[in-house]
Design a binder for this molecule. Structure first.
Ligand code: NI
Length: 488
């Protein structure tokens, strides 16, 4: 029973009782009714206001010019207000691809761009494809749009390295921003008391309606569809392109998941292949990984120095809570890539030779070189190299680094496995649902096949500088198969 009905039926009871009560009591009862009605009106007004806010449209549609989707359209007041919050604006100062700009100089786009893009894809699915179809409820529309817009809200600067070194988790911070004392939370709470919680649950993949979750995180979701195209556009590579228009047209809501009409299978094959190519050609590019290795080592070194009570010339005030592993939401929101690069710039002047050298390398793009490395067969060589590096005055902890990348391009559902994945399902003409790799030979060929790659990173300039530890460095060069002609 709704609150209005409850209040109404109670009022009727009071009215009915009034014939049998004394006069003085009658006015008392009228007072109660008035009070109840007043309260009821207030509740209604409050509910009405909330209803109105969730449905409120801007007088004129706002558009963002976007190189991937041409335009990002905003009509909903809630979305417009969320974009204006300081926590969302912070994403402008965090690059989508971290250190990739040192390999592909165009890759300067931010998480702000990507988040708007994911929102736009979900908006198009909801408004142009799903609206009015069985299995889709209009009530989930705004929730889906907000979750799409905010799904990466908790990412910090150079997330990958920071999370590794300081045990941070961007998913935790996404939840904390949505549920905490923030401008984002204030906007979401105006929609409804449970609304921030629902948005957080969609992003955490615990929301009851799995269809909504699958729009934002599944093996074919708005997040991936946006970043593959956007990263391809900004890096300038020719991989990463696929026919998204086609995929959107053939998406259908089906109980707890998005399914793809069989007629769109080839567009999905193309999408999976472009994802595979992007991982190996862009995301795991060995030069980007080299920059990532150096960045990680800078953070390790700064943390180690702090633990040794080293006195920094430039006090890393923004880092203290991370060094102590006690990062509050307030501290976290102050971090962005401009802050971090400021410290790297300053630390080039530090007395600690490792920290200043690593920062100079990062700022001036004097990265480590690499060799293929097989950890199963070459662990002895690594141990030998480690000793030689130490003898030559290059701390192997910072200057001899094995880095591994691994990707599983597509997998069908394997319950109980470490990386359980919801498969992509095709909707056959008969209405039957079939898992993609059972229909597509191309996808079948790569299903469940994990590819892993290990590389050994080292500073070739140090190794080829014969002004010190000449003999030891010669041995190192031999082990790493470096041509003697590079020696100076
Ligand atoms: Ni994303």
């Amino acid at each position: 029973m709704s609150i209005i009905n409850k209040v109404l039926s109670r009022s009727q009871i009071y009215l009915g009782m009034m014939d049998n009560v004394p006069k003085a009591d009658k006015s008392f009862h009228k007072k109660i009714i008035r009070l109840q009605e007043g309260c009821h009106n207030e509740i209604e007004q409050k509910r009405g206001e909330k209803m109105a806010y969730s449905e409120e449209k801007l007088l004129e549609e706002k558009v963002f010019k976007d190189p991937v989707h041409r335009y990002v359209h905003v009509r909903d007041r809630v979305i417009w207000d969320l974009i204006g919050t300081k926590e969302f604006q912070r994403l402008r100062r965090i690059k989508q691809l971290g250190t990739t700009f040192l390999t592909f100089h165009g890759a300067e786009h931010s998480r702000f761009n990507h988040s708007l893009g994911v929102y736009e894809i979900v908006r198009r699915i909801a408004d142009d494809v799903f609206e009015g179809r069985p299995g889709w409820s209009h009530d989930e529309r705004l929730l889906s749009l907000c979750a799409a817009l905010l799904h990466d809200l908790g990412h910090g600067p150079f997330s990958h390295s920071f999370e590794k070194v300081f045990q941070l988790d961007h998913e935790y911070f996404t939840q904390a921003i949505i549920l905490g004392d923030t401008e984002v939370n204030a906007v979401l709470s105006r929609v409804g008391d449970d609304f921030p919680k629902n948005v957080a649950e969609v992003i955490a993949k615990t929301y009851q309606n799995k269809l909504v979750i699958s729009l934002i995180s599944s093996q074919i979701d708005a997040d991936r569809m946006d970043y593959l195209q956007r990263d391809a556009y900004f890096t300038g590579v020719s991989y990463g392109h696929f026919d998204m228009e086609r995929i959107l047209r053939v998406m259908r809501p089906r109980e707890d998941q998005v399914v793809i009409k069989k007629s769109g299978m080839h567009a999905v094959e193309d999408y999976i292949m472009s994802r595979y190519q992007m991982y190996w050609q862009v995301y795991f590019h060995p030069v980007t990984r080299s920059a990532e290795v150096i960045l990680t080592k800078i953070l390790h070194r700064a943390k180690a120095l702090h633990e040794q009570y080293y006195s920094f010339k430039s006090h890393p005030v923004h880092f203290y809570s991370m060094f102590e592993e006690e990062v509050t939401l307030e501290d976290y929101l102050k971090l962005d890539e401009s802050v971090i690069l400021y410290y790297f710039q300053m630390w080039q002047e530090e007395d600690d030779l490792i920290l200043s050298d690593l920062c100079r390398r990062f700022m001036n793009r004097n990265l480590f070189k690499y060799a293929e490395f097989d950890p199963a067969k070459e662990y002895k060589k690594l141990a030998e190299l480690s000793i030689l590096f130490d003898k030559a005055g290059m701390d192997p902890e910072y200057y001899l680094v094995v880095d591994s990348s691994s990707d599983l391009p597509y997998d069908f559902y394997r319950p109980g496995e470490e990386e359980e994945r919801l498969p992509i399902h095709l909707l056959m003409k008969s209405g039957e649902i079939r898992e993609l790799s059972r229909e597509s030979e191309i996808v079948d060929a790569i299903s469940g096949k994990r590819r892993t790659d290990h590389k050994l990173y080292y500073p070739i300039d140090f190794i080829c500088d014969d002004s010190s530890a000449k003999e030891i460095k010669r041995k190192i060069r031999k082990l790493l198969d470096i041509d003697e002609s590079k020696v100076h």
